[in-house]
Design a protein around this ligand. Structure first.
Ligand SMILES: Nc1nc2c(c(=O)[nH]1)N[C@@H](CNc1ccc(C(=O)N[C@@H](CCC(=O)N[C@@H](CCC(=O)N[C@@H](CCC(=O)O)C(=O)O)C(=O)O)C(=O)O)cc1)CN2
Ligand code: MET
Ligand SMILES: [Zn+2]
Length: 736
């Protein structure tokens, strides 16, 4: 019999119950016991959804209140276990305890962000008394559901972490110290009744450094030597192919999982590299997108594996965890039914793998109805007139090389900009958003529900902008922003204003901690029916004495943080978005906006920004990524000012700018915005001083790591005041 497996399920709940409970706990409105019991209720509900969908292998330990991993540093301050855990993600500044949060970075190329483990030179590891993996396995077992626990593999855990600041350890060298903890944990899981575990080693899809590749063999040899004292291991990879690392895949594990949505071609090669008894877990249902699976094609892929390996050596699985998909399509009452019929969210995908497994086990007749309905949906999407817009195609065909460049070089541009803007040395600015208060969200909710008119909402937004301008004047910032109060989200806001997009009401996906996004869905060719941001920016300019930055989300970020189409290449979609945003840039310039920031936090490859005057200053913002890895792409963007997240990483990373003699301006974030913690003036001065070791004062801008929408006003004002004072301190110093 061919079994079906889900690799991980969304944690938030159909109505973001986990988000609401966590935030209520932080706000002192829910007790810890209530939070934990809500979490438990959600886990159970999610296991049942999968069981009822007919899934054979259901994951446990895929749940987390914030994210996985607890380094030693946070165990010292007398916080209890749960607060300690949250302190790691968001810092803690209360009752005399002051701990900064850890760095947060992108989980592969997804919009999920994980807390990066940090290691000390003399790092030791210890298994906690009641490991979460065991507790949650038993919890499911007690509810009559036998699960397969999920663990981050030892090699990935180390390779995805980093040495703590001022520490020099190469994390992978800690493997020997770490493995005994895994062995103990695996043994405990076995005793608790787990027969199989899913060990995630997604770093196998990377081009690994030469000292990391050889780490897999000793690790998995050690596990193999434990025989049946530990559960059987399914070695799990996803988000790419493993062909370039085939030789390091262990031969002595029970099963190997590969992502056949990203790269179906790797199937024959991977099968050729399996040990003689190894099971293949075939990831054929997309864990990263919302399109209904083409069941017929999926069956063909699985059948080709069965032909070579036999039914007992193949598992039908989701390509990755379903964490990156929304909970259920059933909540979407406002989607056009024609379009809704093309989608499948986590709950529906669970059903899909069960159907595929049944089809290959019992033959297609056993699921004839589902197959027919699926074929009909596929046909409907393929032939729909909604997806194709000849005007967009026509415009794309006319793009030339010239459209990719600014008119003049940076030296010419910056003097034209300086003439106009007259900024001081070390100019201060922010990244765009100011606190999205409860009042703003409630007012927008009223508009959505039709309880207030658009004019009333617009007036409300104008008031918010006025307030933001006033606060920036009081703080003494140099380049202002309007604060983005009108935006529900930096991607969804644009999705809602562009033709070719569909958007949802409940399709939330966790981005980090308690924060969620509703990625809009690209269903057809994209174009801009009307200006999207000009009204608010123009108003902000009209009431402010200082330069005002217009604020746009760049094409690559719009693409990557949406659910993209899978029927045309992503580069075509990115170009459509770029053309739409280019029109917006030109309209902002015409409306008198002298500084325009394009946010590209999801950028990993370059994309053009052009078509503006020399004297218009273009800022580009990046965050959550290891910018040095794609520095050449950032440099190629030719932005006048680059703002990058930097406060949590080593200032040494700024060396790439020195080494490449980077000529333009840079604002490396001077403080972390993910934490309610207020950085002191002293702390910010130290950070600026460190940055000045790598960057020239004429080149340096002073700004926070990212936008301030998730913060409260009180801490925002205090932190920004400290930042402005720190900048002024250095400005005075250089003036002498
Ligand atoms: N798309 C995207 N990706 C990103 C980022 C980002 O900003 N956007 N930032 C980085 C970090 N990730 C983040 C992701 C989300 C949020 C965030 O603040 N999300 C908000 C939701 C934003 C939103 O869509 N808000 C809507 C809906 C708000 C809402 O919950 N409304 C209530 C009702 C409101 C009320 O009456 O109080 C409801 O629908 O139930 C709005 O403002 O209109 C949240 O989780 O709380 C922040 C950072 C990386 N990736
Ligand atoms: C994730 S990048 C965010 C940039 C956006 N302008 C903001 O300030 O929120
Ligand atoms: Zn950012």
């Amino acid at each position: 019999m061919v079994q079906s497996a889900v690799l991980g399920f969304p944690r938030m709940g159909a109505n973001r119950e986990l988000k609401k409970a966590t935030e209520a706990y932080w706000g002192g409105k829910l007790s810890q016991a209530e939070l934990l019991s809500e979490a438990k209720r959600l886990r159970l509900a999610h296991w049942k959804i999968q069981r009822d969908a007919g899934v054979d292998i259901i994951p446990s330990n895929d749940f987390a209140l914030y994210d996985q991993a607890v380094p030693d540093r946070y165990t010292k301050d007398g916080l209890d276990a749960v607060d300690q855990y949250f302190a790691m993600g968001r810092g803690h500044q209360k009752g005399g305890v002051d701990v900064p949060s850890l760095e947060m970075v992108k989980w592969f190329d997804s919009n999920y962000h994980y807390v990066k483990p940090t290691f000390q030179n003399n790092q030791t590891f210890k298994l906690v008394d009641s490991p979460k993996a065991v507790v949650e396995f038993v919890e499911a077992k007690d509810a009559g559901i036998h699960t397969r626990p999920v663990l981050v593999g030892p090699v990935s855990f180390l390779h995805l972490g980093k040495a703590d600041r001022d520490q020099s350890v190469d994390p992978i060298d800690l493997l020997d110290k770490l493995l005994p903890v895994y062995e103990q944990l695996l043994a405990k899981l076995k005793v608790a009744g787990a027969d199989t575990v899913q060990i995630d080693e997604p770093v196998l899809v990377f081009d690994l450094p030469t000292n990391v590749k050889p780490a897999f063999k000793p690790a998995y040899d050690r596990f193999a030597s434990l025989g049946d004292k530990i559960p059987k291991i399914v070695f799990t990879t996803y988000f790419g192919d493993v062909i370039h690392n085939l030789h390091v895949i262990p031969k002595n594990v029970y099963g190997i999982h590969v992502d056949l949505v990203r790269n179906p071609e790797q199937l024959p090669v991977v099968m050729g590299a399996l040990g003689p008894k190894t099971i293949l877990s075939a990831g054929v249902v997309d864990g990263r997108n919302i399109w209904k699976t083409n069941i017929k094609s999926a069956i063909e892929i699985v059948e080709s594996a069965i032909q070579r390996l036999g039914k007992d050596r193949v598992i039908v699985a989701t390509s990755s965890s379903l964490l990156h998909t929304p909970h259920t399509l059933a909540s979407e009452k406002k989607l056009d039914p024609e379009i809704a019929d093309w989608f499948s969210f986590a709950s529906e995908k669970s059903h899909e793998i069960a159907v595929i497994a049944k089809a290959v086990t019992e033959g297609p007749a056993a699921v004839r109805q589902q197959l027919e309905a699926n074929a009909k949906s596929m046909q409907s999407r393929a032939t729909s007139t909604r997806t194709n817009d000849p005007h967009v195609k026509e415009r794309q065909s006319k793009v030339t090389e010239k459209d990719h460049h600014r008119n003049s070089e940076f030296t010419v541009r910056i003097s034209a900009q300086q003439n106009k803007l007259k900024l001081p040395l070390l100019p201060t600015t922010t990244i765009g958003s100011f606190p999205q208060t409860k009042e703003i969200r409630a007012e927008r909710n009223r508009l959505t529900k039709g309880e207030i008119k658009a004019e009333a909402y617009d007036k409300f937004i104008e008031k918010e902008i006025e307030n933001n301008v006033k606060i920036q004047e009081e703080l003494g910032l140099d380049v202002f922003v309007h604060g983005e109060p009108e935006r529900n989200d930096m991607v969804q806001y644009f999705g809602e204003r562009l033709k070719g997009y569909a958007f949802t009401t409940h399709a939330w996906v966790q981005s980090y901690g308690s924060r969620c996004v509703r990625p809009p869905i690209i269903v057809g060719d994209i174009s801009r029916p009307a200006p999207m941001t000009v009204k608010e920016s123009k108003y902000a300019v009209s009431i402010s004495k200082k330069p005002m930055k217009g604020m746009l989300t760049g094409p690559v970020t719009c693409l990557r943080w949406s659910f993209p189409r899978d029927d045309i290449h992503q580069s075509v979609q990115a170009q459509q978005l770029a053309l739409a945003l280019r029109d917006e840039v030109v309209d902002l310039e015409k409306a008198g906006i002298d500084v325009i920031q394009v946010d590209e936090p999801a950028l990993r490859e370059g994309f053009p920004t052009s078509g503006v005057e020399d004297s218009t200053q273009i800022h580009s913002h990046f965050c959550y990524s290891e910018f040095q890895d794609f520095f050449h792409a950032i440099a190629a963007l030719d932005a006048d000012v680059l703002s990058i997240e930097n406060s949590k990483s080593d200032a040494k990373l700024l060396r790439v700018f020195v080494d490449s003699a980077y000529p333009r301006h840079i604002g490396p974030g001077v403080y972390d915005i993910h934490s309610p913690r207020v950085p002191s003036e002293e702390e910010i001065k130290n950070r600026i001083e460190e940055m000045l070791r790598y960057l020239k004062p004429e080149q340096l801008w002073i700004d926070p790591d990212c936008g301030l929408k998730t913060r409260q006003w009180k801490e925002t004002k205090e932190a920004l005041q400290n930042m402005v004072n720190a900048a002024k301190f250095f400005r005075d110093k250089y003036a002498k």
